[in-house]
Design a protein around this ligand. Structure first.
Ligand code: PLP
Length: 447
């Protein structure tokens, strides 16, 4: 066995997804219907999601079988390698062993295709004709475009306007895979028009784009909505990452001491870490660290409260860490990870002390990304570079630890952000306390 790069064969692709809710120390606070304030019922979600995904969303069953058709497509790039970052270790002069799970090898360039394929499959099964979604930097939009194309669905993507203008190549990728892409806020939806009326130059935000995509799906009977993170079923689909990693570490006779991932909505982090939660609950040796930017400090400075997932307050109320649904991250922030909230399950595990949190400003994050590219060769997505910054900090002065992180995506479409970093044009940004206070004031009072 080559100890630097553990490859599994296709028969090792997990046959089931793991549902951490079956093992969580406390039940998840129920999502609430925003109109009634009562716990959400499956029928409340049926205008926007197919029944099978609503079932998964509400399931507490521990293992859910992965359909054959999805496994067939996973075989395009799964299992992904678990790779030892030997050159990074040497450069850091650390005694730690550092491994990364390389999810950047999917055709869409990130972990997001794991759930995109599953979501497209279930929608196709229920005769949906078109999927609507939002995208920030474009990773999710491109993953869903490809998944829809593979299952013969149409795809409409509302792309945050500032990214639409700054990241034209992800848009090209979506076009190649057959999707329609709109810069959000658009005048195609009520929520988009409302934003444009107040601020014709709005750069857009994920919250706004979500409102537009949800509205599009809810007002067209043959369309449904797809979300690339945050929801229980999305996190569930991503557990193939951690399940494979477990197998790969066993082959190496390794037990992880520290697991690290970056957090936008929480799906790649959950995908790597959740399958290790049962061990953590048994002997508590494994640390799990969720890393976010100081420019959008949801886990480190947000409140644990019920809030909306979007700006127009169309989504259910969910209990999570939030910066307030009106939060718009600063335009100077180049490093992705811009969502005001976080997956409720991840929030619960942070609240109960199972998961640790950390935030970094963007310059040290990009520095870590470049350092990784110069040692290991791979150029990480700026999101992924947050995890790498944390890995580097953890590896310093620590003897003999096994550190594993999720290499969630490559940075080949993020070169303008790297250019800005190399030119010294990136500003570090701490979200001002009074601005956070303002946004938090708009969190609805519930219970
Ligand atoms: C979308 C994305 C993230 C953040 O989303 P999560 O749901 O928190 O995983 C991180 N890394 C990459 C490469 C992404 O595309």
């Amino acid at each position: 066995m080559d100890r630097e790069r553990v490859l599994l064969s296709q028969k090792d692709i997990p046959q089931k997804w793991y549902n951490v809710l079956a093992d969580a120390p406390e039940p998840l606070p129920p999502p609430l219907n925003p109109a009634t304030g009562m716990p959400l019922e499956p029928k409340d979600l049926s205008p926007i999601f197919p029944v099978s995904l609503i079932k998964q969303e509400m399931s507490t069953e521990k293992w859910l079988k992965i359909p054959e058709e999805i496994l067939e497509i996973y075989k395009i790039w799964r299992p992904t390698p678990l790779q030892r970052a030997v050159r990074l270790e040497k450069a850091l002069k650390t005694k730690c062993r550092i491994y990364f799970k390389n999810e950047s090898l999917s055709p869409a360039g990130s972990h997001k295709l794991n759930t995109a394929v599953a979501q497209a499959y279930y929608n196709k099964l229920e005769k949906v004709n078109r999927l609507c979604t939002e995208t920030g930097a474009g990773q999710w939009g491109s993953a869903l475009s490809l998944a829809c194309h593979l299952f013969g669905l149409k795809c409409s993507v509302y792309m945050v306007k500032v990214s639409f203008q700054q990241k034209p190549y992800r848009k090209s990728l979506m076009h190649i895979w057959g999707a329609d892409v709109y810069p959000s806020p658009t005048n195609l939806t009520k929520s988009g028009r409302a934003v444009l009326e107040k601020d014709p130059d709005s750069p857009g935000s994920l919250g706004i784009a979500i409102s537009e995509a949800v509205e599009d799906a809810a007002t067209h009977p043959d369309a449904r909505y797809a979300l690339g993170s945050v929801l229980n079923h999305v996190l569930l689909h991503q557990t193939v990452i951690g399940l494979e990693t477990k197998k790969q570490l066993e082959l190496l006779d390794e037990e992880p001491d520290v697991l690290i991932g970056c957090v936008g909505g929480g799906s790649n982090f959950a995908g790597l870490c959740f399958p290790f939660v049962p061990e953590k609950l048994k002997h508590k040796k494994i640390r799990m660290i969720a890393v976010e930017p100081t420019a959008c400090p949801t886990l480190t400075r947000g409140v644990y409260a019920y809030d909306f997932g979007d700006t127009a307050q169309l989504t259910p109320l969910v209990k999570m860490y939030t910066l307030g649904h009106s939060f718009v991250p600063p335009g100077i922030h180049a490093g992705g990870l811009r969502y005001h909230g976080v997956a409720p399950v991840l929030a619960l595990l942070v609240k109960t002390g199972i998961i640790e949190v950390r935030a970094y400003p963007q310059n040290p994050v990009f520095e870590a990304g470049v350092f990784f590219a110069r040692t290991e060769g791979h150029l990480p997505a700026p999101e992924t570079a947050h995890a790498i910054k944390c890995v580097i900090d953890e590896a310093k002065n620590k003897e003999n630890k096994c550190i594993v992180f999720n290499y969630s995506g490559h940075g080949h479409f993020d070169l303008s952000a790297y250019d800005a970093y190399l030119a010294g044009k990136l500003e570090d940004f701490e979200y001002p306390a009074d601005k956070i206070k303002d946004a938090l004031r708009k969190v609805p009072k519930v219970g």
